[in-house]
Design a binder for this molecule. Structure first.
Ligand code: PLP
Length: 382
């Protein structure tokens, strides 16, 4: 089976991990700040907080922004459940904004309409979480302008998008048009640490709060103590945090993978362009990348029109192609239905969710493998 995504691990990656295993620190050593610096430097953010997953990054981002009971977070239905769950972890509520039928990202027009109505109803969100779906940056400057007008905070879910660039070449994660951006380093994503994530910000205060929430709410920073330090053993727990730390083993792998980020982006873009050519003329909607963007192409999604998705999907799987679906709309998951969400509420995301198929895309995908995927699709649709 050709998988839809797969990590790329080199001898240099293995060596980097072995060096940590032979060193004094498996966790809370120098590899974590080195990885944080490498990512922050690459994407142009001032601060970075490495954590155990993007899910924990979303959680500490929400906590740092002080979202809680009585507050609402908006995200898109076309995402992984974690983008929405983070609000519920904090006791806040979730609502959704429909997607653009071409980019499959948050529709800025739908966001604006919903904000105007929410202002009248007194239900404005505290935080909005746009998702750079498949690696294509959202129209982030426009969303930022709405944030200034309507007074909400922004957490970009860039789990798919490390290395991608948006309007004016702005790197995903620079936080030029947001408060916080999170990345995921799960093995199917662009670079991996096994499990892992990172939260980027340009705010010293938000960075400090996220560092606190990552590690039990504890600080040893003399300037931040509530009581003068009586000696070198002293630390204070000042709020309720978690153990969301990344290990040095993971961070060393991440730094080593960062050295090949550009190769990964190039390879994914070449393969995506080749899919465009191999699939041209079929009755499929192919990905639309806005001119201002360079996608990291975490995913290559095609939309099968009409009612044929299940058949095409089965033909792919039966032919050794590990197709997948990203995403079934989050609001229609049983858990979210029980919170009151119903079908028909976000039609663009729902139609998308009934038509989408993710094709295999990862740096190690061969041209032969990709040609096979295209041939199966040609057969399935003829
Ligand atoms: C993968 C993913 C996450 C969660 O990432 P983890 O590192 O597995 O916690 C969150 N949001 C999106 C959009 C993702 O694709």
């Amino acid at each position: 089976m050709i998988p839809y995504g797969r990590q790329d691990i080199t001898a240099a990656d293995i060596q980097a991990v072995v060096e940590v295993l032979q060193s004094d620190f498996l966790t809370q050593g120098p590899a974590v700040p080195a990885f944080e610096l490498a990512v922050a430097t690459r994407v142009g953010a001032r601060y970075s907080v490495a954590v155990s997953s993007a899910t924990s990054a979303l959680h500490i981002a929400c906590l740092a922004l002080d979202i809680g009971p009585g507050d609402v977070l908006w995200t898109v239905p076309n995402t992984f459940v974690a983008s929405a769950n983070c609000a519920l972890y904090c006791g806040a509520a979730v609502d959704f904004v429909d997607i653009d039928p071409d980019t499959w990202n948050m529709s800025v027009a739908a966001l604006k309409v919903k904000l105007i109505k929410a202002r009248t109803d007194g239900t404005l969100p505290k935080v909005v979480v746009p998702v750079h779906f498949g690696g294509q940056p959202t129209e982030q400057r426009a969303i930022w302008q709405l944030a200034q007008e309507f007074g909400f905070k922004i957490v970009e879910d860039a789990s798919h998008a490390i290395g991608a660039t948006g309007e004016g070449g702005e790197p995903a994660g620079s936080c030029r048009w947001s408060d916080i951006t999170v990345f995921s380093f799960h093995p199917v994503k662009i670079i991996t640490t096994g499990e892992g994530g990172m939260a980027m910000t340009n705010s010293e205060e938000l960075a400090h709060r996220m560092q606190m929430f990552r590690s039990h709410g504890i600080t040893r920073d003399a300037a931040r103590l509530e009581v003068p330090s009586p000696g070198g053993w002293y630390y204070e727990q000042q709020l309720l945090g978690f153990n969301y730390r990344m290990t040095d083993i993971q961070a060393a792998l991440g730094s080593s993978q960062m050295n090949r980020l550009d190769n990964y982006l190039d390879r994914r873009n070449i393969l995506a362009q080749r899919y465009d050519e191999l699939l041209a003329g079929l009755d499929l909607q192919l990905p639309t990348t806005l001119k201002q963007n360079r996608s990291s192409f975490h995913l290559y999604v095609v939309r099968v029109k009409g009612q044929q998705r299940a058949d095409v999907f089965k033909t792919l799987r039966d032919s050794g192609v590990g197709a997948n679906v990203h995403y079934m709309p989050v609001h229609l998951q049983p858990f979210y239905r029980r919170l009151g969400f119903t079908e028909g509420t976000f039609p663009a995301a729902e139609t998308y969710g009934s038509e989408a198929i993710s094709l295999p895309l990862y740096p190690g995908l061969t041209e032969e493998g990709q040609t096979h995927v295209a041939e199966v699709l040609h057969k399935a649709l003829s």
